[in-house]
Ligand binder design. Structure first.
Ligand SMILES: [Zn+2]
Ligand SMILES: [Zn+2]
Length: 340
């Protein structure tokens, strides 16, 4: 089959590789759509938990084309499925405490084992979720990132009319915006460098959109002199995260959603955390939230279609990936069935 390979750090190749094999409890999924994510960029730069060579791709769905001999979930050939890429063991201390995203034996499709920027991928049947026909392939590839958002929404407390500040309105920031709006937050102020992203954020329910720049500090202080109840980082940029605490009100929550490079550092005064009763919340991946994400998409709680800027064949992966890295795209989807 044809697949995208990261043969080593900062390298991409399109290769002909062996078809994946189906273990007794696995299925083979023919990939319909697979999304490029900021995590893929960290993997590419060797800033994440992956090793090389790797076929990346962890946000995907497709059609079951082979079912292992021991599969007992009822899955059959032809089923449309999205795959939860986070393969937890089910028996370690964390799994037994309903904290499967901290599984001690965690394997991740497209991160620690081969993923879905390929024509076919192997997945355990237990990680597959049936996707209703009312969702198209583009929506299907958004189930994984949306499941991460749903998990984040479970992490934070959102009282009605909570004032929210979001840094970064790429695809993830725009999903967070729609979800927080749905949860009753507001006003929601968003910050980004790109005017087109801010315009989209305004359409999706942002109360105020601000372009990052020298005037930003004064504008934010004027809007909420005592700070915001919830500040969300959706950039993963350490410098942005460090500055974000200046806009957090006492008792406020800081939600760290963006993936910063592993090992990056920020400075923060411990006294400020103490004196302000701050909550600092991480939100890593997802935790039994796939089904909720499917339900949110089905019921129109969030609209992901405006977030897809490109749908490309595998042959154009490298081009789409570099545009994504440069910030020239929103979500880039790869359709391995397309000739290109
Ligand atoms: Zn992702
Ligand atoms: Zn476990």
């Amino acid at each position: 089959m044809k697949a995208i390979l990261f043969p080593g750090p900062e390298a991409i190749s399109v290769e002909q590789v062996d078809d994946p094999t189906c273990g007794p409890e696995d299925v083979i999924v023919q990939v319909s759509m697979s999304g490029i994510c900021g995590t893929d960029v960290h993997i590419y730069r060797n800033e994440y938990m992956s090793s090389f060579p790797l076929i990346p791709g962890h946000e995907f769905g497709g059609v079951v084309v082979e079912v292992g001999s021991q599969v007992k979930t009822g899955l059959k050939i032809g089923d449309r499925v999205a795959v939860d890429p986070n393969l937890y063991c089910g028996y370690c201390d964390f799994c037994r405490r309903e904290q499967s995203n901290h599984c001690l034996n965690l394997k991740v499709v497209g991160v620690t084992r081969h993923g879905a920027f390929a024509e076919y991928v192997t997945a355990p049947a237990r990680a597959c979720y049936l996707v209703p026909d009312s969702l198209d392939d583009g929506q299907m590839a958004f189930i994984e990132p949306l499941a991460c958002i749903v998990y984040g929404m479970k992490r934070v407390q959102i009282p009605p009319a909570e004032a929210v500040l979001i840094f970064g309105v790429g695809p993830i920031g725009l999903l967070l915006l729609q979800s927080l709006r749905h949860r009753g937050a507001g006003p929601i102020v968003v910050v980004d460098r790109q005017p087109d992203r801010l315009a989209l954020a305004a359409q999706m329910g942002a109360t105020v959109t601000l372009q990052a720049g020298p005037d930003l500090d004064g504008q934010l202080k004027a809007l909420q002199p005592h700070g915001f109840g919830l500040v969300v980082d959706a950039t993963g940029v350490p410098r942005v995260i460090e500055s974000a605490f200046a806009y957090l009100r006492p008792r406020g929550q800081m939600l760290m959603f963006g993936v910063a490079p592993m090992g990056a550092k920020i400075q923060i005064a411990p006294y400020d955390i103490f004196r302000n009763d701050w909550h600092i919340l991480g939100s890593f991946a997802l935790c039994y939230t796939f089904q909720e994400a499917i339900t949110w998409l089905e019921s129109g709680v969030v609209d992901v279609r405006p977030l897809i800027s490109h749908t490309l064949p595998l042959a154009e992966f490298s081009d789409g990936f570099h545009k994504f890295v440069a910030g020239d795209t929103l979500k880039v989807h790869i359709d391995p069935r397309r000739a290109g």
